[in-house]
Write a new protein. Structure first.
Length: 271
């Protein structure tokens, strides 16, 4: 992992703890507001129920992040549109959970069509709003994290201190552990990180894909997909499955090729 970045396992655990803390605060706020007719209930009941709803909602909606990332790579559709579809799908089981909890511990009756649609609408509003809130938080963190580093790199040294010589290799390599070497073969976008693949291994770096490409220096390659950049010398084979094309690289890495890029790569002699 690059300097200042926690290992993947610790990073995921830390993110879950932070997210659940945020969901707890949201649940408490909703308990005091008492939306959708819940204000008639006692405050203690609202606190418990809304915090439980918040936590259960996190468990139901958060996997959509993984689904959206995979669909984004496979279908090359806009992320906002994929998120709307993901939230709409996740709202189905969440609505069933909310409806069931509302009758606990008594037997749960089947809702009428009107009751089901109204419940779905309310759950969609809350779930979609909270999901959009988390999406904006992650987007702001990505923007901040990716723009601070270049700014620090361009700061001029004081006149009294001799400037350090320019690095001979790609600047991106300086972000990697020395054990990975300097032979960058591909870049892969993972959520708000870029996974830098070298001939010896891979590492996650917090930055945007376009910023990582800008730090590659003179390495010959091109962006073959919205989520992938590939070094030309790293291509070992081309895998075709119908209209889908993937580039096989070292270490059994396979990079998908966007359909719009296939003809350009063919003209350039890549495939």
């Amino acid at each position: 992992m690059s300097a200042g970045t926690a290992p993947p396992t610790n990073r995921v655990a830390r993110k879950i703890v932070i997210d659940l803390s945020i969901m707890t605060v949201i649940g408490v706020v909703l308990a005091f507001i008492g939306p959708f007719g819940t204000f008639q209930q006692p405050l203690a009941y609202r606190l418990v129920s809304w915090v439980v709803f918040a936590w259960v909602g996190y468990a139901v909606y958060s996997p959509m992040n993984w689904v959206v990332d995979r669909l984004y790579v496979a279908l090359e559709l806009p992320r906002p549109a994929l998120w709307v579809v993901g939230v709409a799908l996740a709202t189905i089981p969440m609505t069933a959970i909310v409806w069931s909890i509302g009758f606990f511990p008594n037997p749960v009756p089947l809702p009428t069509l009107e009751q089901g649609l109204v419940s779905y609408f309310y759950v969609f509003l809350v779930g979609g709003g909270i999901t959009a809130f988390f999406y904006m938080i992650e987007a702001s963190k990505t923007s901040t994290g990716s723009e601070l580093a270049p700014e620090a790199e361009t700061t001029e040294a004081p006149a009294s201190v001799p400037a350090e010589p320019e690095p001979s290799g790609p600047r991106l390599v300086d972000r990697l552990p020395p054990a990975l070497g300097s032979d960058v073969i591909a870049l892969e976008m993972e959520d708000h990180y870029v996974r830098v693949h070298t001939a010896l291994g891979s590492e996650l770096v917090l930055m945007r894909l376009r910023d990582a490409i800008a730090e590659l220096g003179g390495i010959e390659g091109r962006q073959v997909h919205r989520s992938w950049w590939v070094a030309r010398g790293a291509v070992e084979d081309v895998i075709r499955e119908g209209r889908n094309v993937r580039l096989k690289l070292a270490r059994e890495i396979e990079a998908p090729v966007a359909r719009a890029q296939v003809s350009e790569l063919r003209d350039a002699g890549w495939i």
